[in-house]
Structures are given as C-alpha cells and as structure tokens.
Design a protein around this ligand. Structure first.
Ligand code: NDP
Length: 289
C-alpha cells in the first residue's frame, strides 16, 4: 500500500527524500519555509502545500528534514494540534538529548515519534551504501520499514530516541578524526613538496588495509583484558614520540597527533606500559577517570 507522506524541508536532503518517495509511487506532499523551492519536484508529481498546516494534514506520516533542533520546534510548535494523532519521523540532525526532548514533546502531544540519523549525502539516497539509523517508537519503524528502506538501509537501535543520533555522531566522530589524521599526514609530506593527491594515493590503500584492525581491538575494549605480546604501550610511546617530533621538525601544527600522543603518555604514566596500546580507550571512557 503506497502511503501518503509529507516531507517538511526542501534543502538538498529533503528534496532527495521526497523525490525517492514519489518515484516509488507514494502520494508525496512537500513544504518549505521559504516558498519556491519545489519547482523541480512538481514535475515529478509531488504536491507543494501552500501552508504548513495543509502539509501536515495531507498525510498520516510527516517527515521533518530541517536544519537543527531549534528549527524543528520553530516549524512544528505552531501546528502541534494538527500533528496530534499522526506519525513524525524526524531526520533533522540533532544531538541525542535534543532527540530525547523531541520524543517527550511528541509523546505529550499524542504524536508517534521516530528519530533518524542519515548516514548518506543527498546523492546517495536510494542508492547502495546509503543508510539511516533509527530509534524511538518501534511500531513506527516496523510499520513503515518498507518505505524507509526506499532511502537506504533502515536499521533500528532501540526505543530511546537518542540512540540513533548517538550512533550517528559516534560514527561521524570516527570519520572526522580519520580525515584529521589524513590532513596531518598530508601536511607532513607537504613539507617535502609532496602533493595531497600523491599522499592520498598511498593513504587510501594503507587505511583500507588497516581498517580491519578496528574490529580486532574490540574484544580487549569489551573485556578490559589488554594483555599483549605485541605493540605494548611502551613501544607505542616511542613511536608516538617520534611521529610527533617528525611533525614538529617538519614545521607543521602538531595539534592532531598530539592528542593521540597525550592519551598514550597518560596510560604509560599511569603504569600501563606493558599493556596493549588499545588501552588508550580507557583514557577516553568516563572522561578518562
Ligand atoms: P539545507 O541547509 O540544504 O536545508 C535546511 C532546511 O531547513 C531548509 O529547507 C530550510 O528552509 C529549513 N529551515 C532552516 N531553519 C528553519 C526554521 N527555523 N524553520 C523552518 N525551516 C527551517 O540542509 P540539508 O537539506 O542538507 O540537511 C537537512 C538535514 O539533514 C540537516 O539536519 C542535516 O544535518 C541533515 N543531513 C544532511 C546531510 C547532507 O549531506 N546534506 C547528510 C546527513 C544529514 P529555508 O529554505 O526556508 O531556509
């Protein structure tokens, strides 16, 4: 059964989500705060609501793809009465506690709420590799799963509405710090006149080959057993000191690598030099306490 769906917010992401729904045969209504952004969608059979109230009442399922947490309240508080009794899937990026606040607001107003974290760029929506992480009301996820899967994999993480965002931001944190490490390495070789392009040609296969070591470290992190025969912290400290010094000698800003070095230094100073370097995880959990 093709459900009627309303998409609020026609940034690049909202447009991609709406177009994918319409292509699959869903009667799709859109609304944007600034009018005039739906021109290309109308030719795809998508209806542009003249008012937000009209948009919300057009469908039992309302999808919000706005800027941030504040913009969701800005837009939806005035139409909370019309939203009551409907389902809201909020794909706006919010921090976990902001998602939890919206879930409470929805529950207090008889709105079924599912929060989502989009792990894709707009051009990836509906393509292989796209995924959206969900948490909140499980029955909403179960009911609309085939529709949600039009956009990409639709994994469900639990009824705490903040979980999707927590996973989303944890994954993004890994991505950005990996990028930061790439920039740091590129700056090191740039001091010898090497282009970022040439560095990337070696960095991509290297990081790809090393990526499975992430999973290999997880059992120690989960069990707390950091005993090892290889790459203990005393060894890693010697390596980290040298890498840091190489960056300093190259005249680059050492800030990125210095953070990893500080974690290693703290572990060694705390007497864990014989343990696996994976033990730096303990310096991050609970603010390192
Ligand atoms: P855009 O900046 O392109 O669009 C933002 C949208 O929010 C516009 O429709 C804008 O309306 C609307 N908006 C902003 N403030 C308000 C407000 N106070 N009241 C009502 N509407 C408002 O963003 P994207 O489409 O790229 O992203 C949308 C969401 O998706 C964001 O939360 C983003 O983090 C998330 N996301 C985006 C990804 C991407 O690659 N683009 C990837 C993963 C997540 P107006 O036109 O009137 O300004």
């Amino acid at each position: 059964d093709a459900a009627r769906v309303t998409v609020l917010g026609l940034g690049l992401m909202g447009k991609a989500l709406a177009a994918t729904l319409a292509k699959a045969g869903h009667a799709t209504t859109v609304w944007n705060r600034t009018p005039g952004k739906a021109a290309d969608l109308k030719s795809q059979g998508i209806a542009e609501a003249a008012t937000l109230s009209e948009a919300v009442t057009a469908s039992p399922l309302v999808v919000a793809v706005l800027l941030d947490h504040a913009s969701v309240h800005d837009a939806l508080d005035p139409v909370v009465g019309e939203l009551s009794g409907r389902t809201l899937v909020n794909l706006t990026s919010t921090a976990p506690n902001q998602a939890r606040e919206l879930a409470q607001w929805a529950a207090a107003n008889d709105i079924a709420y599912l929060d989502g974290g989009i792990m894709a760029t707009p051009d990836m929506i509906g393509q292989a590799g796209s995924s959206i992480l969900y948490s909140g009301t499980e029955s909403v996820h179960a009911k609309y799963k085939p529709l949600l899967e039009l956009w990409g994999e639709a994994a469900y993480f639990g009824d705490d509405a903040g979980l999707a965002s927590l996973w989303d931001f944890a994954l993004l944190s890994g991505m950005y710090t990996m990028f930061a490490g790439f920039y740091h390495g590129a700056a090191m070789v740039a001091s010898a006149g090497v282009s970022a392009d040439a560095f990337a040609a070696r960095a991509v296969p290297w990081l790809t080959a090393i990526a499975p070591h992430i999973a290999a470290q997880a059992p120690a992190m989960d069990s707390g057993d950091y005993s090892t025969d290889v790459q203990h912290l005393n060894f890693t400290k010697a390596a980290a000191d040298s890498i840091h010094q190489a960056g300093v000698d190259a005249g680059i800003n050492p800030v990125v690598f210095a953070q990893f070095k500080a974690l290693v230094d703290q572990q060694v100073a705390d007497g864990h030099g014989a343990a696996s370097f994976t033990r730096v995880f303990e310096s991050l959990k609970n603010s390192g306490k």
